[in-house]
Write a protein that binds this ligand. Sequence first.
Ligand code: PGA
Length: 249
Amino acid sequence: MRRTIVAGNWKMYKDTHEAALFVDAFLDRLGALPAGVEIVLCPPFSALFAVGQRVRRTRVRLGAQNMHWEDCGAYTGEISPPMLVDLGVDYVILGHSERRTLFGETDDGVRRKTAAALAHGLTPIVAVGETAAQRDAGLTTARVVAQTQAALEGLPAGAVAKIVMAYEPIWAIGTGRNCDPEEANEVMRAIRGAVDGLAEAPILYGGSVKPENVAAYAACGEIDGALVGGASLDPNAFAALIASASVPE
Ligand code: PGA
């Protein structure tokens, strides 16, 4: 049985004070949330320490939004896998479409980062997704399968099974236009078939997930949770979303 995960990607929002206020309010609601859902908070680098201190003795896991693949070196502005481990980070989002589109991240970079994360005991959340134009041209499956194979190239199936994938149609991110759950489910089936070992790996849906629509994704057989942007910024909305994200028995 694959685990269910809800990860909140705060992107470039919240200073340390705002992050602390969020966590304090969110932890008040934690006891009422379904035990079967793994909860991950991915604040900006600057708030990792503050959030990590607060969630340390709770079931909430800490995630980062990016990292470099090298352990150390002359890479101004970068953060390494051992630095994330040092902060108590368990998860790291890799290959988010904003990284790929706005910061020139390549498939090869995502591959190096994925291998480095695994080598340091971090769980990569590898994001793939198609643009609106690719979808309109009927290229969704080809695109996400190619991104998935590129990111996981060279990894043994046992390592692949430790990865978390995220399918995030780019046209659905931050737009309020979420992908039809059945359509996302079919794309995820293709992702799962793309690389040996992914049958056991959780795949999250991302793109305008809200408390009101998350249950429809959770009910789909291939979907194991959500990667959430906007709705993870408010502790009440994020708690409500998690409450509706557990797989129906
Ligand atoms: P959104 O972002 O939930 O605001 O659409 C999702 C993401 O970028 O991971």
